[in-house]
Design a binder for this molecule. Sequence first.
Ligand SMILES: Nc1ncnc2c1ncn2[C@@H]1O[C@H](COP(=O)(O)OP(=O)(O)OP(=O)(O)O)[C@@H](O)[C@H]1O
Ligand SMILES: [Mg+2]
Length: 221
Amino acid sequence: MSIRCVDLIKTYEGGKAGWPALRGVSFEIKAGEFVAVTGHSGCGKSTLLNIIGLLDEPTAGQYEFNGRNVLSMSDQERSGARLGEIGFVFQAFHLLNRLSALGNVCLPLMYAGADSAEMKERAAALLHKVGLKGKERKTPLELSGGERQRVAIARALANSPKLLLADEPTGNLDSVSSREIVDMLFGLNAEGITVVMVTHDKEISARARRNIRLRDGRLEE
Ligand SMILES: Nc1ncnc2c1ncn2[C@@H]1O[C@H](COP(=O)(O)OP(=O)(O)OP(=O)(O)O)[C@@H](O)[C@H]1O
Ligand SMILES: [Mg+2]
């Protein structure tokens, strides 16, 4: 796993002219790092994370994901990398409320072509790993915020990604759940997964080995 960005620029269509969300951002992230992305609201953190995660493309600049220029990748290659190599966790969980916890974790496995029995077994094992044994059949609406985020983490881990991206994963959680989720992310990092996490929480960013600080679309590392 490696990430290399050179002079990333992102201008949103319909955004303020002359005020790109990212204005020339360069950095590298190596396998095994735990990076906290910080900065005030609107400075471009989510924009940067979405580009890193191949959910969005830069307007200009270079982005190499595992040594490959993403601009030269086809849509299919990009979605393949998203599915198999990257896990996402969002502030608002983004779970499907009509599916059970198990069903939510099964989804990325299904997209990756796992067979039904294999899929359920792996999804159950992942739910156990995040501390949700016995809650497999609950739907997100029957779970607490902290439990929902655990389901989201299990889902993010489904296809054994090398990179986990988390955009304010504790933004909707109380301090106890927040701590548990952050501990879990550090634990996953200790197992070898590279973690890039957007956070507003100074205590959390202080725990990260490295901070990438954005200010008005520029780096302030
Ligand atoms: N889809 C969009 N279309 C137009 N402008 C956008 C879009 N998404 C973000 N922006 C703008 O780009 C800038 C950076 O937004 P971004 O969401 O990356 O900030 P952020 O650092 O994640 O903020 P927050 O801490 O509030 O989540 C902001 O000025 C925002 O208004
Ligand atoms: Mg954001």
